[in-house]
Structure formats: C-alpha cells, structure tokens
Design a protein. Structure first.
Length: 249
C-alpha cells in the first residue's frame, strides 16, 4: 500500500506483472503523466483509492489478461474506488483486453479524446496470429461515472461481460456492444449526440448517437443484451443493426 503525502508527475510506465496486490491511496493528492500508458496491469491487482485525480495524456490504465487464443485465464484486475477521478487527455481511461482482465469502477472516468472511448476493449480474434483479446469483465457500480463528451463512453468489441449496476454513462454514444454480454440493472446511460448514424467499420465503432448501440463486429462473436432497469436516453435509446453485411450471422 502506497499512501501519498504529495502530488507528483510520473515519467515512466508503472507495471504490475507478477501477481502483486498494489493499493495506491491518493490521500487527497493528484498524479499526472505524459505517457502512452501510465499503469500496465498484466498479472495482479491494482486498487486506487482516496480522493484525488490521476491524469495522463494517453491510456491511464491498460489492463491485459491472457491474449493467447484458447489460453487460460490470467487475473489482471483494476479497482477504481469512489472519490477517485481518472482523466485521459487523448485516449482511454481504461483499455482492457484478454482472458482474466477485469475492471471494477466505483469512481469517475473522463476521456477528452475525439478518437477513443473512456473504456475500450479490443475485438481481435485471429487463428493466424493466435490471438483472442476477449473474455474480459467490466463492472460499473452505483455512484460511478464514465464520460466522454467527444466520442463513445464505452466501446465493447470483444467477448466478455459488461454489467451496469448503476452510475452515469455519457458519450456521443453511451455504450456500443459489438461482441459480448451487456447487463443493465440500473443507472443512467445517455447519448449526447443529436442524430443517430451508422457505417460499416472493421476496426472501430460503427454507431454514433445511441445510448446503447448493438452492432455485431466483423468477427461474428455472439452479442447478448439484457436491460432490467435504468434510464436510457438519446436520439435513439437502443439501436440494433448489422452494419457490416446483412447476410452475416
């Protein structure tokens, strides 16, 4: 456990890779960085607590489980507790991929990127490269917020489960599911767009202007959406389309 008694700037990526359980208590202080990735968690748990803000130019948290096709689960976990604010100036607050990668979000995530979502996965599944970036787990809890006023709040192209227990999710598109399971139990999911548009895209988002968009990826992974509660608002509340090819599954 690291308890900060002052704020500071980080000048190199901090990696958690050998099963450590690391707790950073901001203790009312702030961390800043100008890096492509600030924290890289590949094996172990990183918990960030205490009132304060962490700001990075690029990805703040890169959470990476086992990305080998058919590979065993490798636990790589981040927990963002209430009172913590994570800010990315140009990229993801949380970039997540691989079997065993997990993010529990109780705090606030803000991306200022026009290109990337506040929380984003990677949908690559390839026998040619022996890669599968799916089998992730993302949980948004009551009191949390995930916001990107310039792009998507959450982009989910990979297999895995995204559960919204509560909180606030706002973006030009709130959540875009291209693969995986979405379960919404409560919370507010809002599109800040003015119209709903879609276009084929084999490497990125396909829908703008929906609170929840369901647009199966070119990888043709299964998609499942369950909405049991919440307030879902936008030019289109829930939008479903197969944008890549109407004859696909």
């Amino acid at each position: 456990t690291c308890i900060l008694d002052t704020g500071f700037e980080v000048d190199s990526t901090i990696t958690i890779s050998v099963g450590q359980n690391v707790v950073i208590d901001l203790n009312g202080n702030n961390i800043t960085a100008d890096l492509s990735t600030l924290f890289h968690v590949t094996n172990g748990t990183l918990t960030i607590k205490g009132n304060g803000t962490i700001t990075n130019t690029g990805d703040v948290l890169f959470v990476e489980g086992n990305t080998v096709l058919g590979g065993a689960k490798r636990d790589a976990v981040v927990v963002i507790e209430s009172g913590v604010t994570i800010v990315s100036k140009t990229s993801n607050c949380i970039y997540i991929r691989g079997n065993g990668a997990k993010a529990d979000i109780y705090g606030d995530l803000v991306s200022e990127s026009t290109e990337y979502a506040a929380v984003q996965g990677n949908g690559t599944v390839s026998t040619a490269t022996n890669t599968d970036n799916g089998h992730t787990e993302i949980n948004i809890y009551d009191g949390a917020s995930v916001i990107n006023e310039k792009n998507h709040a959450i982009y989910h192209p990979q297999s895995g489960t995204l559960t919204v227990y509560g909180g606030t999710i706002k973006g030009i598109t709130g959540i875009e599911m291209r693969s995986g399971d979405l379960v919404v139990l409560d919370g507010e999911i809002t599109s800040l767009g003015t119209t709903t548009t879609s276009a084929p895209n084999g490497n990125g988002t396909a829908v703008n202007g929906a609170a929840i968009a369901v647009a199966q990826h070119t990888t043709i992974q299964e998609v499942s959406i369950t909405i049991n509660g919440g307030v879902i608002t936008g030019p289109t509340a829930v939008y479903e389309e197969t944008p890549e090819n109407p004859s696909d599954e």
